[in-house]
Design a protein around this ligand. Structure first.
Ligand code: ITT
Length: 198
């Protein structure tokens, strides 16, 4: 069976492929499926935006479509950038600049007030029209400088006190085992397996 993952984000797609590998689907990105449409993500929650993306691609195809909407919630910034994480400071602004902006915003703020989390909502639209969402999170704190070369986006400033590393310093497998995306996708794998039985 074929599964289309409705994202244009290469960093997400790499992680998704690893996490979903054992499901046994042929996994295609939007690009690989030859779909190139602009989706307006005007929902108010991660779940709404994930569903908007999955529905838009589902309309174009007959197969199972999954989508990911995710972001970083910084408690000291009233949970910004949140659902606006990709658009934060402008869609074309580099993550070097976005990450430094957040570091500067938290200058002088002690560790207990630097708490943050990554949130990931996964939406699924099945060929029969049924829809599901799952959510995963991972808790950390905002670091004092960028560290690590792995991952993407805000990973270099997302520090895990328990590991003494940022998520950009983890191996991909290690990140997937504990990440918001890993957690949300593992819940969705259970949904897909149940749906298959029926
Ligand atoms: P698609 O909508 O095409 O999937 P996008 O990058 O626009 O791609 P989102 O709207 O869901 O996706 O934005 C999520 C942003 O949150 C993403 O661009 C990163 O900046 C950040 N983000 C999400 N998961 C992350 C992770 O695991 N590590 C670092 N940053 C992450």
């Amino acid at each position: 069976d074929k599964l289309i993952f409705a994202t244009g984000n290469e960093g997400k797609m790499k992680e998704v492929r690893m996490i979903l590998a054992d499901l046994g689907f042929e996994i295609q990105s939007m690009k690989e499926a030859g779909i190139n449409i602009d989706i307006v993500e005007d929902g108010q929650t991660f779940e709404e935006n994930a569903l908007i993306k999955a529905r838009a691609i589902s309309k174009e195809t007959g197969c199972l479509v999954l989508a990911d909407d995710s972001g970083l919630e910084v408690d000291y910034m009233d949970k910004a950038p949140g659902i606006y994480s990709a658009r934060f400071l402008g869609e074309d602004t580099s993550y070097r600049i976005k990450n430094q902006y957040i570091i500067d915003k938290l200058a002088g703020v002690p560790d207990p007030e630097r708490t943050a989390r990554f949130v990931c909502a996964i939406a699924a639209v099945f060929p029969d029209g049924s829809e599901y969402t799952t959510r995963g999170t991972i808790e950390g704190i905002i670091g004092y400088e960028e560290r690590g070369e792995n991952g993407f986006g805000y990973d270099p400033i997302f520090f895990l006190p328990g590991k003494g590393k940022t998520t950009a310093e983890l191996d991909p497998e290690e990140k997937n085992e504990i990440s918001h995306r890993g957690n949300a996708l593992r819940l969705m794998k259970d949904v897909i397996r149940k749906h298959r039985e029926n």
